[in-house]
Design a binder for this molecule. Structure first.
Ligand SMILES: [Zn+2]
Length: 259
């Protein structure tokens, strides 16, 4: 039955790959408007399908992606079954490294596959993730190290009032002759008392993080920093990435998770 649907779609939407993909996604129960324009529902489905079928994650309907969709429909897959596949996927790539403090387990595997796809798209083969989900203590340590490295004033320019209050704790702690361990503990307590996501989108619950992955990629780990930045912005234009910031020698990237 799926095969007949695919044959009909190929016939009905000849030369209209986006409409054909949307029709087939809709048949699978993804609730996609068949209007020939890329929309959020179609993008959501396409990201999952590209990841599950092991092709490059681009958010675009190229011939490989259209083939993948046709194959799933022909094999009788529904949207629910794609979502189950997606939730069971693991990361099996080899381009990415992680600095020691990174909570690798917090990151959705599609985020890692997506970064690899972006690296491939700009002809690069490696990157290092320097931050993902952070505990208040991780955040305190990162801020402590950045202040020690670049000075309090330069860090103040990055944060709002809640972050500046944490920086003040560092400055007054140093002035009072407190130990680094005590200052770190004081900073951690202040961060833990701040509502989640207010100080930094890295410091949230895993449940919140599961809706939108926030990661940093170190500039020094990239072969070509500006080429990667261009690719990040292309992915942003496609609606795959919601925000890119340049901060403390990293690209800070926010990626809403498909579901
Ligand atoms: Zn960041």
């Amino acid at each position: 039955m799926g095969q007949a649907v695919v044959a009909d779609a190929i016939d009905k939407y000849k030369g209209q790959p986006t409409k054909q993909a949307q029709f087939l996604l809709n048949y699978m129960n993804f609730n996609v408007a068949v209007d020939g324009r890329m929309n959020q529902e179609a993008l959501n489905a396409i990201l999952m399908i590209q990841f599950c079928s092991g092709i490059r994650i681009t958010g675009m309907i190229d011939i490989e992606t259209l083939d993948a969709i046709r194959n799933y429909v022909a094999a009788g897959f529904t949207a629910d079954r794609i979502r189950t596949c997606f939730n069971e996927m693991t990361y099996s790539g080899s381009m990415l490294a992680f600095t020691q403090s990174v909570n690798v387990g917090s990151i959705n595997p599609i985020t890692l596959a997506l970064i690899e796809s972006m690296l491939e798209e700009c002809g690069q083969s490696k990157a290092s993730i320097t931050s993902a989900l952070r505990t208040p203590e991780d955040q305190a340590r990162a801020m402590f190290n950045n202040i020690a490295r670049t000075g309090a004033n330069s860090q103040r320019s990055i944060y709002e009032a809640n972050g500046n209050a944490v920086i003040d704790i560092y400055v007054s702690g140093k002035a009072a002759g407190k130990t680094d361990a005590q200052i770190l503990a004081d900073m951690t307590a202040r961060i833990a008392a701040t509502p989640e996501g207010v100080l930094s989108l890295h410091v949230v619950s895993q449940t919140t993080y599961d809706k939108k992955n926030i990661i940093d990629i170190g500039h020094s780990s990239l072969t070509d920093i500006s080429a990667f930045f261009n690719t990040l912005n292309e992915y942003k234009e496609r609606g795959i990435i919601s925000r890119v910031l340049v901060e403390n020698g990293c690209y800070h990237i926010e990626i809403p998770m498909p579901k």
